[in-house]
Each structure stands twice: as C-alpha cells, then as structure tokens.
Design a protein. Structure first.
Ligand SMILES: [Zn+2]
Length: 436
C-alpha cells in the first residue's frame, strides 16, 4: 500500500511538471484561439431554472462563458445576433447515451449532427471507455464538433458478465476485468476497482445489475471516499431502489424499474423491465415512500419514457408498464424529485434530430408534464443529476455558454425545440439554420 501510494505521488509530480512544460510549449507555438465576444440582443430567455420566459433580454457571451444577462442594451461585443422573435435556452443534455458500437467516422458524424440538433452535453452510462474517453478528449480540444461528453464506468455482479454487450465493450480483457466494465464479486478489492474506474477517466460509476444491498453499500462507501459519483439502474437485483438510495446513488435510470421497490423479488436481472406494475400502484404508499426518499437524498430520476413506450423497449407488457412509468414520472415531478431527461438511444432512423426532442414530447404528451418542466429536465435537472450544474444547464453569468436558439416558444409547444435557428457551443455559433 505504501509502495503504490508513493508511486502514485511520484507519478503525479512528474505529470504536473510535464503538463506545465507542455502548456508553455503549446502557448509559445500556437496561442489558443479566443472566441470573439457575442451579444444576443432582444431575445426571449428560457433560462433553465423553470421560470416563465423573459422577453427583451440581452445576453453577452465572452471567453466561452455567459458574461451578463440584462434588460439594458448597453453592452458591446465583437459580434451581435438579433434575437427578436427567437427563444434562447440552455443547450439540451441527453443524460443517457451509449457511445460504443459504431466506427469512429460514423460516431463523430452522429455527434456533429446531434450537436447541430441542439444537444450540447451527453452522458455515456456504459460503453468501451477507451473509445468514449477519446471522443470526449477530441470534443474538448475541438478536434471534432460534438456535445461535451461525460461518462461512467460500469460495476455489476458476476452474473452480468456473459452479456454480449459487456463482452463487446471489454475486448482485450477477460469480461469483468476491464477497469470500466468491472465484475464485483465477494472478494473484489473495491479500493482498487474504484481507483481503476477513475483511472479510466470516469467521474462516475454506474451500478448495473446483479448486486445485493450489502455490496451496493460497500461500493457506495468507497466511491464516496474516492469522490466518485455513483449512479445506477433503478434496480440492480437483488438490491432494491431504496437500497441504492441508501448507498448514496445520485441518479436512477429507467422509471419503469422503480416498480421493484414493491415487486416480489427475483434473482433474474434480465426481467428488470417486468415488474409487478398492477401490484405496486404508482401513487401507492410504497412508491410514495421511495420518491420521498429520493427527494430527501437528492437522487435524480432519468425516466427514459420513449424507449419503453414507443421505442425498442416496447414489448408485450407495454400496456401495463407505459401508463405506470408515466404516472410515476409525473408523481416524481410533483414531489420535487429532480428529473434528468435522457433517451438511451441518441438518434433513431427516420428522425433527423436527436431523440431527446422525442423524449421531451413523450414526457409532455404521455406523462403529462408541462413543457417548462421537461425543458428544465433536459437542462438544469440533467446538469444537476450529473453534478455539473455549477457550470452548466442554465443561462446565467459565469455558466458555460452552451445555448440553443429556437424560432417559437417551447414553453407553449414543446415541439418548438425542433425549430432550431442557432446552436452555440462554448460561446461560438456552431450551427445556424433558416426559419421553417
Ligand atoms: Zn442505457
């Protein structure tokens, strides 16, 4: 232990030195291009905080950040954008994506299209992180046009590691040994497992399947100690949703899986979308207690409604599951649980825009949320669930200038998020489209 600590410290010192030299070298050779300041005049602002839109607003962007949000038109900037008739909102986040399974060329083309479709941040919740981390790096330094990419490593019990998806995203390792796809068995060294997940670049760990409550609790303690954010499927079998809340998880994926809080236990994790929806009413005491504890412990819900209601997750149980997950999502909103919009399918054939627009429409038309509530779920709510709302998800001074301008009021009709006029990434206009 002493030896590895010493080595880690020495390595960090060497990296710090190289980094300092590297920065000096780069800045001498090629100064980082600065983004010209941009003033968006006279726009109607939907700031991501959930309040009603404000018209006649001027938003100044400088050095990639929002510098000011005012009603006065006194600011000067290198560039000006006339915002009359336009609605400005934070760029959208898709808080549930998977970036494995495509070639680099296909994936970077998709990410560019997704950015142009109004999505400025995505959260990869299980993939081959060698691939995802390189995409994230390329996006960060401007090699590709892409949303900002955050990502999680996956932990699961031994039963999960025959799944073909985990085998495909662990090539070169025995399934379960890859730092980003880690099997957690009774003898697993959790200190090392969490440290290696961090080493793979993940800022969070996703608990996926086949873990019991005691193991989930031990992972939670170690993740807290190493300052790694913990997220999970809404059930991981045999651990229930409330076991995940108790372990310190900050984001639960898939509203439908919450039914396992009251469904008869099964060790069979592939059945996770087949809870006892008739026996566990969405407005009954079991779900009320669970949602209240999510609210009290600041645990966000990522509902993924479209994929089960209309997408590839729709099956013979959909007629029971769909109204249940709509009702539980609505109830979560009413009880003050943070909602984080995310699709689990970044794009789909036949829709030129990223699927987050469809998800927002289903959250309104199916679950009965207001357009303003679902915009908040795709902006501030998602940023909060990912732990980055101090920098992203709202339009306010000091926040990263990732913005979307649309041609009609999305708080009246959510389909207006599709009427994209400009997309701004870190203060730079990266896409503009004519009105339609
Ligand atoms: Zn997923």
């Amino acid at each position: 232990m002493f030896d590895s600590t010493f080595r880690a410290g020495a390595t960090a010192a060497v990296i710090a030195t190289l980094w300092a030299l590297g920065v000096a070298f780069v800045s001498a050779q090629a100064p980082t291009p600065t983004v010209p300041s941009l003033l968006i005049r006279n726009v109607t602002l939907v700031d991501g905080n959930g309040g009603t839109p404000r018209s006649g607003v001027n938003v100044l962007l400088r050095e990639g950040l929002v510098a000011s949000v005012t009603s006065a038109a006194t600011e000067e900037a290198a560039l000006t954008l006339d915002g009359r008739g336009l609605f400005l909102l934070p760029g959208l986040t898709d808080a549930h994506v998977h970036l494995s399974g495509m070639s680099w060329t296909e994936r970077t083309a998709q990410l560019k299209r997704v950015l142009q479709g109004g999505v400025t941040m995505v959260y990869d919740v299980a993939s081959d992180l060698r691939n995802t981390s390189d995409l994230a790096r390329a996006a960060l330094v401007g090699e590709i046009e892409s949303p900002t990419i955050l990502y999680a490593a996956l932990f699961a019990g031994p039963a999960f590691f025959t799944d073909p998806r985990v085998v495909a995203t662990s090539r070169g390792y025995r399934p379960g040994d890859a730092p980003w796809n880690r099997e957690i068995a009774p003898g697993t060294d959790l200190v090392r497992a969490v440290a290696e997940a961090r080493g793979a670049g993940a800022t969070s760990i996703k608990l996926y399947a086949a873990l019991d409550a005691a193991t989930v609790r031990r992972i939670g303690e170690e993740a807290t100690r190493q300052d790694v954010r913990l997220i999970a499927h809404s059930t991981v079998f045999p651990a229930r949703p409330s076991d995940l809340v108790a372990a310190g998880v900050k984001y639960l994926a898939h509203a439908a899986y919450l039914a396992w809080e009251g469904s008869p236990p099964t060790p069979d994790f592939p059945r996770r979308a087949r809870g006892d929806f008739a026996g566990v009413p969405a407005d009954g005491p079991v779900m009320t207690r669970l949602l209240q504890s999510m609210k009290d412990n600041d645990v966000a819900l990522n509902p993924t409604l479209w994929i089960f209601a209309e997408g590839p997750g729709k099956d013979d149980l959909a007629s029971l599951r769909t109204p249940w997950m709509f009702a539980v999502t609505k109830r979560a909103q009413e009880m003050g649980v943070t909602l984080a919009a995310g699709v689990d399918s970044l794009t789909a054939p036949g829709d030129p825009l990223p699927m987050i627009h469809k998800e927002l429409e289903v959250m309104v038309a199916g679950a009965g949320l207001t357009p303003l509530q679902v915009i908040t779920a795709a902006t501030r709510g998602a940023a909060h669930a990912l732990g980055v709302d101090d920098q992203r998800g709202t339009v306010a001074p000091g926040k990263v200038a990732d913005l979307l301008l649309v041609g009609a009021d999305p708080t009246v009709n959510i389909r207006a998020t599709r009427l994209i006029r400009h997309v701004i990434k870190a203060g730079r206009i990266v896409h503009s489209a004519a009105p339609r």
